[in-house]
Design a protein around this ligand. Structure first.
Ligand SMILES: *[C@@H]1O[C@H](CO)[C@@H](O)[C@H](O)[C@H]1NC(C)=O
Ligand SMILES: *[C@@H]1O[C@H](CO)[C@@H](O)[C@H](O)[C@H]1NC(C)=O
Ligand SMILES: *[C@@H]1O[C@H](CO)[C@@H](O)[C@H](O)[C@H]1NC(C)=O
Ligand SMILES: *[C@@H]1O[C@H](CO)[C@@H](O)[C@H](O)[C@H]1NC(C)=O
Ligand SMILES: *[C@@H]1O[C@H](CO)[C@@H](O)[C@H](O)[C@H]1NC(C)=O
Length: 413
């Protein structure tokens, strides 16, 4: 249709008038009262493992630990209930992560211990934490004043190359699995493979056929596919094969800081087209490549704005990585500081995108909730098509020499 000049003038006029009425909060952080702030990645469970052997009797989550003689001196400790409350956190993905050295050994057992400690932590603080395994659960917890607590598994090595483990992780409440951590699995490369200096070789040129089945089984189960930590080609392959939106639970913008853990612009556009989300990581080393020691909240704003400009405001979120890192930007010293980030975004500089109330609500939590709802919808649609559980086994040859812990051949084809 040809647009007539007067129509065009009217449209322009309407847009300008609408511009005057964009809803803006008095303070950016006010949105956190109406929408849950959802953080995609917190590694407190790993600190509990490495520092108190998962013994919660030796850990007081109700105390402001920044003053604690022990935790106050732990470089990677940024999290406790008083500061989560001050930070108005509405929902947190708590991460069951175990190191890559457990791959082919006891990764599954250790990961189960981490899922267990997350559940015990939630149960130990019922006034503040509430288990959530669905988008609706996030709202229910938020509306009753609790921090919705979701469980994530970080690293495909935690599955030990068995779809059965993936299915049981879902039964335990796990709602995203990061396809790799910093090691390749037998079915997918990890991001260091993209860096010639890392010493980690690319082994698979992305996802193998078995890796693609892992993604499809996650779609069938309703587990979000997390692409933080994976190699570039795995990002591309996973987005191509996934019939549900994907997430980056804790990654920032490669164009702003060219680290292999960050997301390149072409992938940001693929995430836009896939309906997914990139949740920005606060780690100083991923935020300011020229001078990590001086990283600031403004640098994080640059990453958020870049992802917004390239992928769109519907595809950006927050995934701090608190407690998984030892260095965070000035202005975002711990989990109490999120409101300052929202205040700063609302107070944009002339060259930055302007953040309306709706935009800030999307960043805070509505985008992740939309993604999770979409993942749940895909799960239901696949169930309606009577899609059966995948029964593929990893080829034994793909394990190479890593067979010493295997006593039967049934699990591998
Ligand atoms: C935990 O910390 C809170 C807040 O400081 C305090 O009231 C409580 O007594 C502590 N609990 C234990 C078991 O030390
Ligand atoms: C936690 O303790 C630190 C150090 O005393 C203090 O600066 C901060 O305001 C406290 N935070 C909360 C939420 O109580
Ligand atoms: C996506 O998958 C299809 C079918 O397997 C393939 O033909 C296509 O090349 C893939 N696209 C990308 C970008 O990898
Ligand atoms: C990093 O810090 C330097 C100052 O040390 C600053 O000039 C620069 O803009 C910051 N941001 C990035 C992304 O490098
Ligand atoms: C596993 O397969 C190898 C050959 O690949 C065979 O030698 C071995 O006996 C099998 N073990 C079991 C428990 O079936």
């Amino acid at each position: 249709m040809r647009v007539q000049a007067p129509v065009l003038t009217c449209l322009l006029g309407a847009t300008l008038v609408a511009g005057l009425f964009i809803r803006r909060p008095a303070r950016g952080s006010d949105v956190l009262y109406s929408v849950p702030l959802i953080d995609g990645h917190n590694d407190l469970p790993y600190n509990l493992r490495s520092l108190v052997k998962n013994q919660l009797a030796n850990f007081n989550f109700s105390a402001n630990l920044s003053d604690d003689p022990y935790w106050g001196n732990v470089a990677s400790s940024f999290t406790d209930l008083p500061r989560l409350r001050a930070g108005r956190v509405g929902a947190q993905f708590w991460v069951a992560y175990v190191g890559c050295s457990s791959q082919f050994k006891d990764a599954v057992e250790q990961t189960l211990e981490q899922v267990d400690v997350i559940k015990r932590l939630i149960n130990a603080y019922p006034d503040d934490l509430q288990l959530a395994t669905s988008a609706n659960d996030i709202w229910k917890a938020f509306n009753s004043g609790k921090i919705a607590s979701l469980i994530a598994v970080e690293g495909g090595h935690s599955l030990d190359n068995r779809l059965a483990i993936l299915r049981l992780m879902h039964e335990l409440g796990v709602r995203y699995v990061t396809l790799t951590h910093s090691c390749n699995t037998p079915w997918g490369d990890s991001s260091p493979a993209d860096d010639i200096n890392s010493g980690v070789p690319a082994e698979h040129n992305g996802l193998t056929d078995y890796g693609k089945v892992v993604v499809k089984e996650m779609n069938r189960l309703g587990i979000m596919v997390d692409l933080s930590h994976v190699a570039y080609k795995v990002m591309v392959d996973a987005i191509n094969v996934s019939v549900a939106p994907v997430i980056f639970s804790h990654s920032s913008a490669y164009a702003v800081c060219s680290h292999h853990r960050n997301v390149r612009d072409d992938v940001l556009r693929m995430v836009r087209d896939n309906g997914g989300i990139v949740m920005v990581n606060f780690y100083s080393g991923f935020i300011n490549c020229t001078n990590a020691a001086d990283a600031t909240l403004d640098d994080v704003v640059d990453h958020i704005n870049h992802i917004r400009v390239v992928a769109g405001v519907d595809h950006v979120g927050i995934g701090s990585d608190y407690d998984g890192v030892d260095r965070v930007p000035t202005g975002l010293e711990d989990v109490s500081k999120y409101p300052d980030l929202f205040d700063r975004l609302a107070n944009s500089r002339p060259w930055e995108p302007e953040w309306s109330t709706e935009d800030l609500e999307k960043l805070a939590g509505l985008n992740l909730i939309r993604v999770l709802e979409e993942v749940e919808k895909v799960r239901d649609e696949l169930a309606a098509q009577a899609l059966k559980p995948y029964e593929e086994h990893l080829a034994k040859a793909d394990l190479g020499d890593n067979t010493r812990c295997i006593t039967d051949n049934f699990s591998f084809s």
